[in-house]
Write a protein that binds this ligand. Structure first.
Ligand code: 5GP
Ligand code: ZN
Length: 112
């Protein structure tokens, strides 16, 4: 998609702080972190929201990448949070599917 921020990252026009990449997913640090560790994991194909995700293999790859990065970032044992914000009431701001991986502080429940 030409006017999508995260597609521009996949295409290399914008260069985020990339932590992991394979043929299906890209993971990079959030520019405005909400926790000491805040990583975004995105599919390389443009999918607007979780509502449009119909590829179960890709869904698994996004989630497993989060778990893999949690081990690499040494947060797996202490704990972390993964979040898909979906549409306006879910707090979604960038309309290219992304999984948040947050850690490094105590999370609270319910979330805001
Ligand atoms: P959402 O609110 O859509 O679930 O999350 C979008 C996330 O993208 C936010 O946490 C925001 O800080 C992050 N973000 C927005 N623009 C950029 C950018 O240019 N670079 C990076 N690395 N993250 C961004
Ligand atoms: Zn996109």
């Amino acid at each position: 998609m030409t006017n999508c921020l995260f597609c521009k990252m996949v295409e290399g026009d914008i260069k985020p702080d990339v932590l992991y990449e394979d043929e299906s997913v890209l993971a990079f640090r959030d520019i405005n972190p909400q926790a000491p560790i805040h990583i975004l994991i995105i599919p390389k194909t443009h999918i607007s929201t979780l509502n449009e995700l119909d590829d179960t293999q890709l869904a698994g790859q996004l989630i497993q990448t989060a778990a893999k990065l949690a081990k690499i970032e040494n947060i797996a044992a202490d704990g972390y949070r993964t979040v898909f914000n979906c549409n306006a009431k879910g707090g979604q701001e960038v309309y290219h599917l992304h999984l948040h991986l947050l850690a490094g502080r105590q999370m609270t429940w319910p979330p805001g």
